[in-house]
Design a binder for this molecule. Structure first.
Ligand SMILES: [Zn+2]
Ligand SMILES: [Zn+2]
Length: 343
């Protein structure tokens, strides 16, 4: 009997022991699986924020939505716009964009004779910028030094088709690689006030560089402030598109051509929101462009209305409507940001 009691006690003890360890192992496995799930979810959200959404939802719909809009507008100048996923096919989309700008400038030079010399010069510059963009892209080049090799050809182009003032500036200030690089860096980093001629040379080269960099990653185009959400430069024009009831305004970056959505009744110069202080001026002979002025900071920005001209290419049409600049400046408004030609 004594031996049987010992056996029974031993069996009870073993059962309790096994039961305890099974419970412990189960709890540990449950905890580990929870931790694993949490970590994988965290990595996906934090490190791939742009990948997260398409898997579950609305991006495809958004893409279609934008494509429909672009198709309706024909060749959209400003397609370096928003997310790169929105473009027809990466590089192809960008190349079309440069070609579209050139074609639009050539076309408007015929229909806007008073702006024809400016448009022809712009077309020359866009033809120059197109291969700069393509070469940076094909080499995945992100170093500003890569732009130095284009200076001689640019100086030659300007001496052939530009003004004496620009040619003289190059002869006196752009002879050393150090001076050229300093100029490019000052333009790309912003903040420094440059001589208009200096800014012209730097922008011709930094624009395709900035556009290439902007084309590499998605840009959060919504909810941005008065400067570009990608490169922080000021907008050179507004773009109006019909969407739903009131339509929407986008701002076009003067450097990287990114577009971002911006409230219609809000001055990008000073933040004024009172619509009585934000007059809009229209000229009957230029229906697709308008002057968005601010009586608080006395600045203006021209907006190109794509609902009135679906073929307009904002960066080019902005140059073609120089008559509005003259009118606005005669009325004591200063342009918020000059275009490539310094106007
Ligand atoms: Zn920008
Ligand atoms: Zn203002």
């Amino acid at each position: 009997m004594e031996i049987a009691d010992v056996d029974k006690r031993w069996m009870d003890h073993m059962q309790a022991y096994i039961y305890y360890w099974l419970m412990a192992y189960g709890a540990i496995l449950l905890l580990l699986s929870e931790v694993f799930l949490w970590i994988s979810e965290y990595i996906r959200r934090v490190h791939h924020p742009h990948l997260y959404e398409p898997v579950y939802g609305p991006l495809e719909q958004d893409c279609d939505h934008h494509r429909i809009r672009h198709a309706r507008l024909g060749l959209d100048a400003s397609s370096p716009v928003v997310p790169s996923s929105d473009r027809p096919a990466g590089a192809e989309g960008m190349r079309l964009t440069h070609d579209a700008r050139i074609a639009r400038a050539d076309q408007l030079a015929v229909t806007h004779p008073s702006a024809a010399p400016l448009l022809r010069f712009y077309a020359e510059l866009a033809r120059f910028q197109k291969p700069v963009f393509s070469e940076l892209q094909s080499k995945s080049e992100t170093d500003l030094h890569a732009l130095l090799c284009y200076f001689p050809a640019l100086v030659k182009l300007v001496s052939r088709t530009g003004t004496d003032l620009l040619a003289q500036f190059a002869a006196g200030n752009l002879q050393s690689a150090d001076a050229q690089l300093k100029l490019l860096a000052a333009t790309w980093e912003g903040g420094e006030v440059l001589d208009p001629a200096a800014r012209f040379y730097a922008r011709v080269l930094v624009q395709p560089y900035a556009e290439y960099l902007a084309s590499r990653g998605d840009i959060q185009a919504g909810g941005a402030g008065p400067t570009c959400p990608f490169c922080n430069a000021r907008p050179v024009a507004g773009v109006l598109r019909g969407e739903g009831d009131g339509g929407k305004r986008w701002l076009l970056c003067s450097l990287c051509s990114t577009e971002w959505e911006y409230r219609r009744v809000l001055c990008p110069g000073c933040g004024e929101e009172n619509k009585d202080k934000l007059p809009i001026y229209l000229a009957a002979e230029i229906p697709a462009a308008r002057v968005d002025a601010c009586d608080n900071c006395q600045t203006y920005l021209k907006s190109i209305d794509l609902t009135k001209d679906g073929h307009a290419i904002p960066v080019v049409d902005e140059i073609a409507t120089v008559a509005l600049n003259i009118w606005a400046e005669d009325h004591d408004y200063a342009k918020l940001e000059s275009n490539l030609l310094g106007m």
